[in-house]
Design a protein around this ligand. Structure first.
Ligand code: GDP
Length: 461
């Protein structure tokens, strides 16, 4: 019966800080806290949910470990739904290690990474997609990434997935009744009706999948490549975007031979900037390595900005570069507008009809705001409007795969309908889609997947 043990861990990051927190969860939390903590000053007794001043004392060795504040919270209204205790020590690794050591000697077990959140999931307080959002909330680097994660933690994605599942469940019930009681006096479900229902569900799944690119980029950052032949203004752009002078700005062509990577927060979107040496024909071996790198970088990029010297006619090299970048070239800059306009916008549009085109003077920071507008539009444009209103986005590879799988199952069911196959066959695929969606929120999920999900957490979460 005693299969739930009490776990403990340091919940704050390693290093020095104002305070450091030890977190304890499980049936023995209060007993353990009582054994290591002594109220001090005029703080009186330890009262539930009241932060109390006191000391951590190793009574066996009569040793004071630290002054601290402690709190005890009875379940189920806690993070894990179990009884939870927290000790706020001074933020010193010595104090935290000694306090944790004492807590473990009193019978707690060191928690595994993510184990507190795993318990919150296993005890039914949050579903799996919410548990996964906890990692994203902790790791979010920009406001927008944080917004998406917190909306998922609040259950936004769970709600959407739940709605789609309940449509499928209704359909499954209708199909099953028709299979099991074909002769009863019930409304007979026609293949046409099933197909209509499947189309609606597929539409909902596609709406969610349409947010996946934007969701992924907000979570992991947009990989942005700044390309162009030497001396057109790539470093000037990079510097303007970083608002600091990390890349070298120079008059001598081709000095930026290696790719340089920097990360920057553009309007709440995390962007990894990759500057390249550009692709251009040359005998120079080092330059050629730069070319290969540029091509690699193009392959990895989400968004390519091509910088051109707009004051000079378009050269063979520029054309090659534009063609190499292809569809991924989202934005072409006709730079050095202060020196003249030798390239017509139509020339670029004839090579890359879909790319945005801007005239800039990057050295003087002219056009930067428009570039940022374009990046923003690129991100939000890739997700559908109505998804953005409630900030629900799919940003997790596991979820994306499961949505794809559900959609494939349902498409297969539609093919069966087209071929007039028996209801049993259709039912198998609909059920499989229902289960795949259930895996997103953790209703149908095995231990292996759970271990995989929670192993990505940090200690103490
Ligand atoms: P990169 O080799 O492509 O990285 O180009 P840089 O950013 O190093 O710029 C090369 C030279 O062009 C530098 O001297 C810059 O000051 C200059 N430059 C960059 N942008 C402009 C611009 O808009 N107008 C003018 N006149 N010069 C610029």
């Amino acid at each position: 019966m005693n299969d739930i043990d009490t776990i403990a861990a340091i919940a704050t990051p390693p290093g020095e800080g104002g305070i450091g927190i030890i977190r304890i969860s499980g049936p023995e939390s209060l007993r353990i806290l009582d054994e290591v903590f002594e109220c001090a000053g005029d703080s009186g007794e330890l009262v539930e949910r009241r932060l109390t001043y006191g000391r951590i004392v190793d009574r066996e060795n009569n040793q004071l470990i630290d002054e601290c504040m402690a709190v005890f919270m009875k379940g189920p209204a806690t993070y894990t739904t179990e009884d939870v205790a927290e000790i706020d020590c001074h933020g010193s690794m010595v104090s935290l290690k000694n306090t944790l050591g004492l807590v473990l000697r009193k019978g707690a077990r060191l928690a595994e990474p993510g184990e507190f959140t795993k318990r919150a999931f296993l005890n039914g307080r949050i579903d799996l997609s919410q548990a996964e959002a906890v990692i994203d909330v902790v790791k979010a680097k920009t406001d927008k990434s944080f917004d998406v994660a917190i909306s998922q933690l609040e259950g936004g994605l769970s709600l959407r997935v739940g709605q789609v599942r309940s449509l499928l469940l209704d359909l499954l019930v209708d199909i099953t009744v028709n299979i099991d009681y074909p002769d009863e006096d019930i409304e007979e479900i026609t293949l046409e009706k099933i197909d209509d229902a499947l189309l609606i569900v597929i539409g909902r799944i596609e709406d969610l999948r349409a947010t996946a690119d934007a969701g992924r980029m907000l979570r992991e950052g947009v990989k942005m490549v700044i390309a162009g032949k030497p001396n057109v203004g790539k470093s000037s752009l990079m510097n303007a975007l970083l608002r600091e002078n990390r890349a070298i700005v120079t008059e001598i062509p081709g000095t930026t031979r290696d790719t340089i990577e920097e990360s920057v927060n553009i309007r709440g979107i995390p962007v990894h900037l990759i500057d390249t040496a550009g692709i251009h024909s040359t005998e120079d071996v080092i330059e050629q390595m730069g070319i290969e790198r540029s091509k690699d970088a193009f392959n990895q990029a989400d968004y390519i900005i091509m910088v051109l010297d707009g004051s000079q006619p378009l050269g063979e090299e520029d054309r090659k570069l534009l063609e190499a970048a292809g569809e991924k070239c989202s934005l072409a800059l006709l730079n050095k507008r202060d020196l003249g306009e030798a390239v017509a916008e139509e020339e670029i549009a004839s090579i890359l009809p879909k790319a945005g085109i801007l005239r800039t003077a990057l050295r003087d920071g002219l056009g930067i705001a428009e570039i940022e507008d374009h990046i923003e539009e690129f991100i939000w444009g890739s997700s559908r409007l109505e998804q953005r209103a409630d900030r629900v986005m799919v940003n997790n590879v596991r979820h994306i795969h499961l949505l794809e799988k559900a959609e494939e199952d349902l498409q297969r069911a539609r093919q069966m309908i087209e071929r007039n196959e028996p209801l049993d066959f259709i039912e198998v695929d609909v059920r499989s889609a229902f289960d795949a969606l259930g895996e997103i929120i953790g209703e149908t999920v095995n231990d292996e997947i759970l271990d995989e999900v929670f192993s990505r957490f940090c200690l103490g979460k």
